[in-house]
Design a binder for this molecule. Structure first.
Ligand SMILES: Nc1ncnc2c1ncn2[C@@H]1O[C@H](COP(=O)(O)OP(=O)(O)OP(=O)(O)O)[C@@H](O)[C@H]1O
Length: 302
């Protein structure tokens, strides 16, 4: 295993408004070059909060974030945060909202270069835009002059991905990158992530509510519930031999063609409220197999 490029240590976030919301508690994980971690959880589990903390859009109320061994938890000055964001790029859920309708694809791909790589001349930026488009499966001649409304949802998300990769980040955070796309093109877009890991050595955090896609993208998976990691380890182990009842519930709820609903799955789904209740309880993470951690929780009474 290589040294982590990004690491969270007991990360926590309490939103303090008219009432307090503990959105994240005690979240520790590492991201390594050339590997992806899937952060899986249902709505409200704290996934987007985690992305906001890692991109330093908001500051954590507890714990630490380390980038390449350096503590970046606290807000920095503008220059330092800009340099950090060059290294930690994000792809958002809504491919349309993330693009400026007034600018063509060429602008979207050359602008980050002008901002973060001022040493590049105009011609070099143009060449890089061509390369980036090709790397995400877009024909530069056909697409660079187009505006966001002239692209399909899948093409827009490819542009977002190319834009994030423009500055050669060390880390890519992909927050539900395919949830707003047609089911038929989702795998296609997820496929784009693999070479970024393998060939460019990018460390990835793949955020999703869909545990089934974790296997497709990520070597490791962390299951988040109520702001806490309830189970974390190699994706194959999490999916094939889940321990925590909440992970088992998530898996039971995945529709699979050709698989009938097993009695155990039906029982888990029937007791979903009780499982959520016991999964909220804090408890230590125990290592049940090498690298596979499970949070202590009450035994299921069924
Ligand atoms: N700015 C905020 N102020 C107060 N509470 C917030 C704020 N943002 C998020 N929350 C609360 O924090 C918890 C975690 O929210 P978060 O958006 O991180 O979850 P999520 O897993 O990303 O959900 P979704 O998939 O629906 O986006 C929720 O209870 C949410 O209501």
């Amino acid at each position: 295993m290589s040294a982590p490029i990004l690491e969270t240590r007991k990360l926590g976030m309490i939103y303090r408004g008219h009432r307090e919301v503990a959105a994240l508690s005690d979240v520790s994980f590492t991201l390594e070059r050339g590997r992806a971690l899937a952060l899986v959880g249902e709505s409200g589990s704290g996934k987007s909060t985690c992305a906001k903390l890692l991109t330093r859009m908001v500051a954590a109320t507890d714990g630490q974030i380390l980038f390449d061994g350096r503590d970046v938890t606290r807000p920095g000055d503008r220059r330092e945060v800009l340099a950090y964001r060059c290294q930690v790029q994000m792809v958002f859920q809504d491919p349309f909202a993330a693009l400026n309708p007034a600018h063509d694809v060429r602008h979207h791909l050359t602008r980050p270069l002008a901002l973060h790589k001022p040493e590049l001349g105009r011609a070099e930026r143009e060449d890089r835009a061509d390369e980036l488009a090709l790397a995400v499966g877009l024909d530069p001649v056909e697409t660079l002059g187009k505006y966001p409304h002239e692209l399909s949802g899948g093409q827009r998300q490819r542009v977002n991905l190319a834009r994030a990769m423009a500055v050669e980040p060390a880390v890519l955070i992909a927050d539900e990158p395919t949830s707003m796309l047609d089911v038929s093109i989702r795998l296609n877009v997820l496929d784009m992530l693999k070479p970024l890991k393998r060939e460019r050595g990018v460390a990835m955090l793949y955020i999703t509510h869909d545990i089934a896609t974790a296997r497709y993208v990520a070597e490791d998976t962390a299951v988040l519930f109520g702001g806490r990691i309830v189970e974390m380890g190699p994706t194959d182990a999490i999916i094939d031999a889940p321990h925590h009842p909440y992970t088992r519930l998530l898996l039971a709820a995945v529709p699979e063609v050709g698989r009938s609903f097993a009695a155990e799955d039906a029982s888990l789904v029937r007791h979903a409220d009780r499982i959520r209740e016991i999964s909220r309880e804090p408890g230590p993470l125990n290592e049940v197999a090498p690298g596979h951690f499970v949070r202590d929780c009450a035994d299921l009474p069924f």
